[in-house]
Write a protein that binds this ligand. Structure first.
Ligand SMILES: Cc1cc2nc3c(=O)[nH]c(=O)nc-3n(C[C@H](O)[C@H](O)[C@H](O)COP(=O)(O)OP(=O)(O)OC[C@H]3O[C@@H](n4cnc5c(N)ncnc54)[C@H](O)[C@@H]3O)c2cc1C
Length: 397
């Protein structure tokens, strides 16, 4: 990729000069000159009325899709523990791979992680690439991107799936940019068009009011991130067999600009919402930030996690890490309590797959009751303490 000034179209108008955030454009002899340091942001391209500046890309315009085979899952792990979303992606990846009649491949990076390969095979992978090196011990965008991009160039997968986690969301765009391919974020549905071998990537659009299906027909690999809890993992089958291939990293010239000094565990009552079996969530119906203590109390008694609607988060009653919904977390607990939550489409997008939904709302027509398994019409400030007391008695807490 590069940037080019078409001299015959440039009239030296200087409009591009202030548009450059790095101040590296000069007009010399009535022609724009872009000096070193351009990061290809494209600001000058948009500013130029004469279309005299272009970002040039060396992209294969006609891709031979038959060269790209295999459904890959980026197997996210932290401290030697696989993220649950990895297993969920293997479950869905298995279906896609079977339809395409292509192998399902897991790619795992880290230090001392080879033992996780068997688990990946038992969860559906046909093959596992293991990149094991001290430089990969902690997730760093630079080192992980480098290894994955090299491996993709060598192996040419058709599809790569990542969890829409902090790691996946930071890694996938970098890989996509380096490979000059597309990426669909936060997919909630995946299918394949077997004839064209295209991945049909469905995700909410326009504030969750419609579902868009996105294709990447001209580039490979096709890449998507998927939120945790959207798909179900397969039942572990320890009798499954597969191939484990170590990635040769001997030629890698590590180009890492950052280093992890310390890993600090999050403290406080935040429980990983995406993995919780029981979630008690509060909304604006709690009427006052101090009433959020009622939500926390019930969650504590049930050994669950605390969730919230965006209204409660925006009001500053509870940190964003607790937000459930389209712009928060997607959860799939066994039991979800919606306390004083209206049931906006954007909230329901994040919790409607809960097995049992218990809603407390003073308005009998609140939309949350349409998806609730049990509905309690009443003032949440009266109902919640009573429920907590009854659960306390029943559990003996
Ligand atoms: C692009 C976009 C993304 C969004 N993403 C999210 C998201 O990720 N998560 C999310 O939650 N929202 C999201 N929203 C906001 C969403 O549209 C709603 O505004 C929000 O969910 C409302 O929160 P709420 O139900 O707590 O509040 P309200 O809509 O104000 O509802 C409060 C409810 O409490 C009931 N109530 C009031 N007092 C009591 C009481 N004393 N006892 C019992 N019930 C009572 C009311 O009847 C009402 O049903 C998003 C919006 C947009 C446009």
């Amino acid at each position: 990729m590069g940037i080019k000034v078409f001299i015959d179209k440039c009239y030296g108008c200087k409009v591009c000069v202030p548009s450059c955030p790095f101040g590296i454009i000069e007009v010399i002899d009535k022609k724009a000159v872009i000096k070193d340091g351009c990061n290809l942001c494209g600001a000058c391209v948009s500013a130029c009325k004469f279309k005299a500046i272009e970002i040039t890309r060396e992209v294969e315009t006609t891709i031979d899709k038959s060269l790209y085979k295999g459904v890959w899952v980026f197997a996210e792990q932290r401290g030697g523990k696989l993220a649950n979303v990895t297993l969920e992606l293997l479950g869905e990846g298995r279906k896609l791979a079977d339809e395409l009649k292509e192998p399902l491949v897991a790619v795992i990076l880290g230090k001392g992680i080879e033992s996780l390969s068997k688990k990946l095979i038992a969860q559906g992978a046909d093959k596992v690439f293991v990149a094991d090196a001290p430089e990969l011990e902690s997730f760093l965008e630079d080192s992980y991107t480098q290894v994955i991009v090299d491996l993709v160039k060598q192996e040419r997968p058709n599809i790569i799936l990542y969890g829409a986690t902090a790691i996946g969301r930071s890694l996938a765009p970098k890989v996509a940019a380096r490979l000059e391919t597309g990426l669909t974020a936060d997919c909630t549905g995946l299918e394949v068009d077997v004839a064209e071998r295209n991945l049909l990537q469905t995700r909410p659009a326009f504030g969750g009011n419609l579902m868009a299906t996105i294709l990447c027909p001209n580039h490979r690999p096709q890449m998507a991130t998927v939120r945790p809890k959207v798909f179900k993992p397969l039942t572990e089958d320890s009798a499954r067999t597969g191939e484990i291939t170590p990635v040769d990293l001997s030629a890698v010239k590590w180009d890492i600009r950052s280093k992890v000094l310390e890993v600090v565990k999050e403290t406080g009552y935040i429980v990983n919402l995406e993995e919780a079996n029981i979630i008690v969530s509060g909304g604006r119906g709690l009427c006052d930030p101090k009433n959020f203590a009622m939500v926390e109390e019930l969650a504590k008694v049930l050994g669950g996690a605390v969730g919230a609607s965006r209204a409660a988060v925006d009001a500053g009653w509870v940190p964003y890490a607790h937000q459930v919904g389209q712009t928060g977390k997607t959860v799939g607990p066994k039991i979800y309590f919606a306390c004083g939550i209206h049931g906006a489409i954007q909230h329901m997008a994040g919790m409607s797959s809960a097995d049992v939904i218990i809603a407390i709302n003073k308005n009998p027509d609140a939309p949350i009751f349409k998806i609730a398994t049990y509905g309690i019409v009443g003032d949440v400030r009266e109902v919640l303490p009573l429920l907590t007391k009854e659960f306390q008695k029943a559990i003996g807490a």
